[in-house]
Design a protein around this ligand. Structure first.
Ligand SMILES: Cc1cc2nc3c(=O)[nH]c(=O)nc-3n(C[C@H](O)[C@H](O)[C@H](O)COP(=O)(O)OP(=O)(O)OC[C@H]3O[C@@H](n4cnc5c(N)ncnc54)[C@H](O)[C@@H]3O)c2cc1C
Length: 378
């Protein structure tokens, strides 16, 4: 392998979706993932929710690609037997102030093209969720859940079947733009066995940065230092089995006003377990999933407004994931996805800040990337 049409850096759900989309149209597509398997980053450390698109500013990439991605994902999951369920969700309000916010959220969702939104009263909430405290809720029928692990595997398998080379233990170490190609230097092999690691260079006509949390570092390899990713950890607890009946489906609070997260929510998984979380806290180290984990009491405090019966003995700590935020700590606001050709190296495409709803949007992101690749290769 010394020449390629397309090198995709990062085998998360986005890189795999991009590889699957591009290998339908172009030959010599390489997907390079530094970990032993695709999808070991944010792509399998999330809530597994197929979002509807209600939250994001109208016209933003997040809004457009989430609404389009939602539809595409249901079609894809049905066609390829990826476990999923279109269960809908409730965003609950408590009191007049939150009810007014709920109306604004519904209006935003409708403006984004989300269908079937309906404000329901306390009785309707109780009929669906007998243990949830709310004066009203927004019912969102197009929300669902899926098995993120099966989605990543399915996309990677289809890409490989279409001729893409999916390489794991393949870490991109250097990018060197030349006149007609980008020289991509990768380290292949298990880094814990240094004798097995070898370096190789590939000449790529097009390079696509899908490196998730590390997308700023990959962009910097091309000389582009305009991005900085701030890692924000999201931790989860799980309800003990005997209490999983307290929650029937997906229940969300009003989203965090600062735009940092959707708030600690309750997610009934495909396997009948109930996740409580994720929290949202800036951290220093992009690889730090476990240090200084929050105690279960903190989850009780945050989730009790939704589920007043919850006590600390009902919870056990579960996994965590790390969001790739573009908004720095202390600065409130909204960061959109960045998906664009690099301004100095136009045969490179940068995908930066692909936080939630990146799982939902992955297939729509892949179509969008394909139009940019066509500008470069056709
Ligand atoms: C706590 C949490 C909850 C979330 N919940 C949801 C949800 O319910 N619904 C939803 O739609 N979205 C959700 N998201 C967002 C979603 O998980 C992400 O948007 C999505 O997984 C991003 O995928 P990715 O492929 O860009 O990133 P990643 O999965 O992080 O993949 C990037 C890959 O690049 C690889 N890589 C990095 N550098 C290199 C290199 N130099 N060489 C080779 N490979 C490299 C990494 O190893 C990694 O596998 C959540 C995210 C978090 C953290």
């Amino acid at each position: 392998m010394d020449r390629a049409n397309i090198v995709i850096i990062g085998g998360g759900v986005v890189g795999c979706a991009v590889a699957r989309e591009l290998s339908r149209r172009w030959s010599d597509v390489f997907l390079l993932e530094k970990m032993p398997r695709p999808g070991m980053g944010a792509s399998t450390r999330n809530s597994g929710v197929i979002h509807s698109g209600i939250y994001y500013p109208t016209g933003s990439l997040k809004a457009r690609l989430c609404v389009e991605g939602n539809r595409k994902l249901y079609e894809f999951c049905s066609a390829h037997a990826i476990p999923h369920r279109n269960c809908g969700k409730l965003v609950v309000a408590n009191g007049a102030e939150q009810e007014a916010e709920l109306e604004r959220l519904a209006a935003n969702g409708r403006a984004n093209g989300v269908e079937g939104l309906q404000i329901v009263d306390r009785a309707a909430v109780r009929a669906r969720e007998p243990h949830i405290e709310a004066t009203a809720a927004l019912a969102v029928p197009s929300t669902g859940i899926l098995s993120a692990e099966d989605l990543v595997k399915g996309l990677a398998r289809l890409a490989a079947e279409q001729g893409a080379s999916v390489l794991t233990h393949a870490a991109v170490a250097r990018l060197d733009p030349r006149a007609d190609f980008i020289a991509v230097t990768l380290r292949e092999g298990d880094p814990s066995e240094s004798a097995s690691v070898s370096e190789e260079t590939v000449e790529a006509r097009c390079v696509i940065n899908c490196a998730g949390l590390f997308a700023d570092e990959v962009a910097a390899m091309l000389g582009n230092r305009s991005y900085r990713i701030y890692p924000v950890r999201g931790e989860y607890c799980e309800l003990v089995r005997s209490k999983s009946g307290l929650v029937k489906n997906l229940v969300y609070p009003m989203p965090d006003r600062g735009g940092l997260s959707l708030g600690v929510h309750l997610t009934k998984s495909l396997w009948g377990t109930v996740l409580v979380g994720p929290t949202a806290d800036y951290i220093e180290d992009k690889n730090d999933y476990e240090r200084n984990r929050l105690p279960v009491e903190e989850f009780v405090r945050r989730a009790r407004p939704l589920l007043p019966e919850l006590t600390a003995v009902d919870l056990q700590l579960a996994y965590s994931g790390i969001r790739a935020k573009l908004v720095p700590p202390g600065q409130k606001g909204y960061g959109d996805f960045v998906i664009a050709r690099d301004s100095n190296v136009p045969r490179a495409i940068q995908l930066v800040g692909i936080e939630s709803p990146g799982l939902t949007a992955c297939l729509a992101i892949a179509s969008h990337v394909a139009t940019l690749v066509a500008e470069i290769l056709d």
